[in-house]
Design a protein around this ligand. Structure first.
Ligand code: NAD
Length: 529
């Protein structure tokens, strides 16, 4: 019998046995760094000889994995192979597909620390952040398997006499899955698993900054019994193969998570019908954020400061949900700036494989450069650096957690997504002003409000226009099933990953109405009389 869904527990690394297990996983993974991995199309391992390297951002000469750059021809072949596999995979009963996901869930659980260790090396996640990412991947897998069973069950329809009516959810076709590097296991796995459990087939093109963890996941799918061709593994430059995958006439939908710029590009290209195309392509696009935490005058300032700092600097601020704006009521502005700066200075920046590290390097050289440029722009616009501000690009791409006070609404760092450890602190005249500032960007992903005033909380419920609003708590850390996730406005299509509506995006509903012969639905007639 199926038990109730429960979130995977986070690992308590203060327990020696857990810390030991994580150290062993890091050791094991260290011994496997630098290997070369193929493309996989229809189960066939392919090498192009044109290599891209995934590097450890905290130790930039260390190669984590070497990957093939796909050609345009191979990208086309991947879509066509997935299209062929769709003919059989789409006919596999939903419950069997769900069973397969339960098997994947079990393997993910068994290899939990090993998967987390790969993320420590490949994207610079601290132990806790990597563990959270793995736990979320496990949750997506378990949750979507259960959801498929629900979607496959009889759907309630209004009964009428003389007809038998049934609504079933059927898959769409070939999905191109394009994840970001920042939740390189959870988001990548979530979009892929939602695709295949609903009966679609996939071309998975992971980010070039995090292909190794994606390959490890792909191997787990194979081990669990996902047939060849159902998921095809494709690495290469997003710009080069991305367009080919999105444009292909047999691509039925694109599941994308990443920046606004790329999301809009995909949306535009997918909208253009290609020769021979039979459908309107669907685009599920979850994009960037410029998330704000409002701190009112009537609140516990210590709790608010802790919430702001945790939301701003967890995983170096490289979360779409990260707090990049703290909007503070004028009456408590000075003391809040002080409390935020104090907590920020205590963050330990360093090697992510060290258990004591809270924060590590940003993802790559390009991010290192643009984030530092944003700090300079902020200073030029009159921002006051009250914590951090320094950077060290020698060994890895390290940027100190940086707090910039006296930022004004409309300034560059108040408007643009920086995607790094930089927090803008803005003074608001009152609560109305704070809400106006919070809503004053193109984005609408997450937000939080700290206040003791019930009326203000109620006002925020109605007026703070974000997909995920948190009251008196931090704005990161959405849990599958608990906080379905997705943003408004330029933050995306509000897909609500990890929620009951999500799988519906990967299917279409078919209604079959059968006229029944007289007497066959006598029972129904009796009720009608
Ligand atoms: P990105 O947009 O640079 O890349 C995302 C993916 O798109 C990568 O796999 C990349 O290779 C691919 N890509 C690049 N060019 C392409 C093209 N022309 N066609 C098709 N694919 C292409 O984003 P990123 O740097 O990997 O991730 C960070 C961004 O993701 C931030 O903006 C962050 O806010 C956002 N994000 C959003 C959510 C959410 O749920 N809303 C979650 C995580 C990250």
């Amino acid at each position: 019998m199926q038990t109730e869904f429960r979130n995977e527990a986070f690992t308590d690394f203060s327990k020696e046995e857990n810390a030991r297990a994580m150290r062993a996983a890091l050791e094991k993974v260290k011994g496997e760094l630098g290997r070369e991995y193929p493309l996989v199309i229809g189960g066939e391992r392919i090498e192009t000889g044109n290599i891209l390297e995934s590097l450890n951002p905290a130790n930039k000469t260390q190669i984590v994995g070497r990957f093939q750059k796909a050609t345009e021809e191979l990208a086309r072949r991947a879509v066509e192979t997935a299209d062929e596999a769709f003919k059989t995979w789409s006919r596999v009963p939903p419950k069997e597909r769900a069973e397969l996901l339960f098997r994947v869930t079990n393997i993910l659980r068994e290899r939990k620390h090993e998967l987390s260790a790969w993320m420590v090396y490949e994207v610079g996640k601290s132990w806790a952040e990597a563990d959270g990412d793995t736990a979320e991947a496990i949750d997506f897998c378990d949750f979507y398997a259960r959801e498929m069973v629900r979607y496959a069950s009889e759907q309630p329809l209004t009964k009428i006499e003389g007809e038998d009516n049934q609504l079933t959810y059927i898959p769409l076709g070939v999905g191109v899955v394009i994840p970001p590097w920042n939740f390189p296991l959870a988001i990548m796995a979530g979009m892929t698993l939602a695709s295949i459990v609903t009966g679609n087939t996939v071309v998975l093109k992971p980010s070039s900054d995090a292909p190794t963890i994606a390959f490890k996941f792909f191997e787990i799918l194979e081990e669990a019994g996902v047939p060849a061709g159902v998921v095809n593994f494709m690495t290469g430059s997003g710009a080069e193969v991305g367009d080919v995958l999105v444009d292909h006439a047999r691509t039925r939908y694109v599941a994308f998570t990443g920046s606004m710029e790329i999301g809009l590009r995909i949306n535009e290209r997918a909208a253009k019908a290609q020769e021979g195309q039979m459908w309107i392509k669907r685009v599920v696009a979850e994009m960037g954020g410029k998330d704000a935490i409002i701190v009112d005058s009537e609140t516990n300032l210590d709790e608010a400061a802790t919430g702001v700092v945790q939301s701003a600097f967890g995983f170096q601020g490289q979360k779409c949900s990260a707090c990049s704006r703290a909007i503070i009521h004028a009456e408590v502005y000075d003391s809040m700036v002080e409390k935020i700066a104090e907590r920020t200075e205590k963050i330990k920046v360093g090697d992510p494989s060290d258990a004591a590290t809270n924060m590590s390097a940003v993802i790559n050289g390009k991010a290192f450069k643009t984030i530092n440029e944003y700090i300079e722009k902020a200073k030029a616009e009159g921002g006051r650096v009250v914590a951090g501000g320094g950077a060290d690009g020698e060994l890895g791409f390290f940027i100190e957690p940086t707090v910039i006070a006296d930022v004004r609404p409309g300034q560059i760092i108040e408007q643009e997504e920086i995607f790094g450890p930089v927090l803008a602190v803005i003074k608001a005249q009152d609560f109305d002003d704070a809400l106006r500032i919070a809503n004053g960007t193109r984005y609408g992903l997450t937000g939080a409000v700290y206040t003791n005033d019930e009326a203000k909380l109620e006002q925020a419920r109605h007026e703070f226009h974000v997909g995920n609003l948190y009251l008196n708590r931090k704005c990161t850390g959405a849990l599958v099933g608990v906080h379905p996730f997705g943003g408004f406005n330029m933050s995306g299509t509000d897909s609500k990953a990890g929620g009951r509506d999500y799988l519906g995006l990967f299917m279409q509903a078919k209604l079959v109405s059968t006229k029944t012969r007289a007497g066959e639905n006598a029972k129904q007639k009796r009720t009608a009389i």
